[in-house]
Design a protein around this ligand. Structure first.
Ligand code: ADP
Length: 359
């Protein structure tokens, strides 16, 4: 087969139209294109992706292959080899948190599995290779310590709070500071102070993602957070029944009011699949969240059934293992969809050569 029907430069010209999922800038300009080799009708190319984009490898591969084969005449197949591209996070806001994306996980009401989903998103992104922190801002009913099996006051070293680590993931919660059986009575300024301290004075290290488990319903913590640093977006967890959906729509409106973009909705407890027969029972109805998400112009991120193992793992402090349950694949898909929505945002509003330092 005669080579030379297309050149490296032909591929490079097309690659200029491909946006890095993290920054939305073209991958040639950002220096993410490595070696390109051509063998007849086939090509191999190295592409650098940051660990922030790790959940999107399969999607990037497919999109890039489609773009190149459609636009480079004579190119039949291209193999993409990923290499790690390092790009340090810039400090965010006045508090200087070093995280690339900050994701708030909220719900209209309690008990819908918000904390379980927040933890699952954190563990799922970490499983893909991202560096992740998990912050429990559900100050009225912190359940992250219970779900992760963590307890005890974090150490303070040189005025910095050392977060608890779960499988190497830093975790911070009000539940570490107040006994589990004591109600938390907070006034607004105290709450503001506690949340500020969690973000500013905790040794989070350099993060790709900080996942924040929000208190259900109310807007004060969301407002506090949005004043402290730019939040990348909110994920809304709801169950399929109508009353829960109404509250979820209110939560979406609340996030939009404080200018936090809504990344999408997760329908949790979406049907029960009988472990013995495999038959599905739609206890709370089905498809409600997907329909409602479309009505309020919000992406739908996926549905997770009610599963005995998810509840058990939560009660045993092993929520990080939910990916080993039959719903593991659906949960992994939710994580990819969250990362994908952030990439959509970056594509629409590419970040400059310097990531924004707000404050
Ligand atoms: P929230 O944060 O909304 O109050 P939690 O995440 O604390 O809710 O979950 C409430 C309870 O429901 C917990 O016992 C948790 O283990 C359980 N749970 C959450 N999601 C599921 C699910 N998909 N299947 C089974 N149990 C679940």
């Amino acid at each position: 087969m005669a080579s030379g029907q297309f050149q490296k430069s032909d591929l490079e010209a097309v690659l200029k139209n491909f946006q890095d999922p993290e920054t939305g800038r073209n991958v040639v300009e950002t220096g993410q294109v490595g070696q390109i080799s051509i063998d007849g009708e086939n090509a191999t190319l190295q592409l650098g992706l940051t660990t922030h984009s790790a959940p999107l490898q399969d999607i990037v591969r497919e999109e890039l292959q489609a773009l190149l084969t459609a636009n480079v005449a004579g190119l039949k197949h291209v193999t993409i080899q990923f290499v790690e591209h390092h790009r340090a996070p810039q400090p965010l806001g006045q508090i200087g948190l070093k995280a690339k994306s900050v994701i708030a996980v909220g719900s209209g009401k309690g008990g819908v599995g918000k904390s379980t989903m927040a933890a699952a998103i954190a563990f799922g992104l970490k499983r893909s290779g991202c560096s992740v922190g998990l912050m429990d801002a559900d100050v009225y009913g912190p359940s992250i310590p219970h779900l992760l099996g963590l307890s005890g006051r974090p150490e303070v070293v040189e005025n910095r709070i050392e977060p608890h680590l779960k499988d190497g993931m830093p975790v911070m919660s009000m539940g570490f500071l107040v006994p589990a059986d004591e109600p938390v009575v907070w006034r607004g300024p105290m709450l503001h102070g506690a949340i500020t301290q969690f973000l500013r004075d905790t040794n989070w290290g350099e993060l790709d993602y900080l996942v924040i488990d929000m208190p259900p319903g109310t807007g004060d913590i969301a407002l506090t957070l949005s004043q402290l640093l730019p939040l990348s977006g909110a994920v809304i967890v709801c169950t399929p029944q109508d009353v829960a959906l109404l509250d979820a729509v209110k939560a979406i409106a609340m996030f939009r009011k404080v200018n936090i973009p809504v990344l999408g909705m997760i329908e949790n407890m979406s049907g029960f699949i009988s472990p013995d027969t495999g038959q599905r029972f739609d206890i709370f109805g089905s498809g409600g969240a997907k329909k409602r998400a479309a009505e309020v112009n919000t992406p739908f991120l996926g549905e997770i059934p009610i599963e005995i193992d998810i509840r058990k793992l939560g009660d045993e402090g092993r929520v990080g293992e939910v990916f080993n349950t039959p719903s593991g694949a659906a949960l992994a898909e939710v994580c990819v969809n969250v990362a994908r929505q952030l990439a959509v945002q970056a594509r629409e509003t590419p970040l400059g050569p310097q990531l924004p330092v707000l404050g």
